[in-house]
Design a protein. Structure first.
Length: 155
């Protein structure tokens, strides 16, 4: 996802390990000024974060944005819930999916798009332990095939 005007800040690889990502959405985030400065420095962690759709609004919980060094009194709580900016139709649709089908909303990545902070959200279904093992086995087999093909290219 490296196109013009996009600067990747943080990814959440744990989400791909723990969930099957079925759909992806882009949402803006309501942030304070010092939070934006801290994100620009890359001081953000998406590891244990999740999203909730409630009362026609969407929020992200557990996203840790470290306090900005020069922020002093303007710094906000690093783990406070932050409002996500999406169309009402999208929020209602996601709310219905999560409510009925047992899906979860998981942040996948945080990036700047034309100087605006954006959060990529995945509509995800949880993996069982055997699914995780299967994914690891497929990844290892692919790595082994690539290694074999590379070795054959030398001779």
């Amino acid at each position: 996802m490296q196109t013009k005007g996009i600067k990747m800040v943080s990814k959440n690889p744990k989400a791909y390990h723990d969930y099957f990502i079925e759909e992806k959405y882009e949402a803006g985030i309501a942030l304070a000024g010092t939070e934006v400065k801290s994100i620009r420095l890359g001081n953000v962690n998406l590891k244990d974060s999740y999203c909730i759709a409630k009362d026609g609004q969407m929020t992200v919980h557990g996203m840790h944005i470290s306090p900005y060094e020069q922020g002093n009194i303007f710094n906000k709580d690093p783990r406070r819930p932050r409002k996500l900016l999406m169309h009402k139709r999208e929020i209602l649709r996601l709310y219905q999916k999560v409510k009925q089908d047992g899906y979860a909303l998981v942040p996948l990545s945080l990036y700047f798009k034309n100087s605006r902070a954006k959060l990529e959200i995945g509509l995800a279904k949880g993996k069982k332990l055997y699914d995780k093992r299967e994914s690891a086995a497929i990844r290892d087999a692919k790595r082994e095939m690539d290694r074999t093909m590379k070795d054959r290219g030398r001779y």
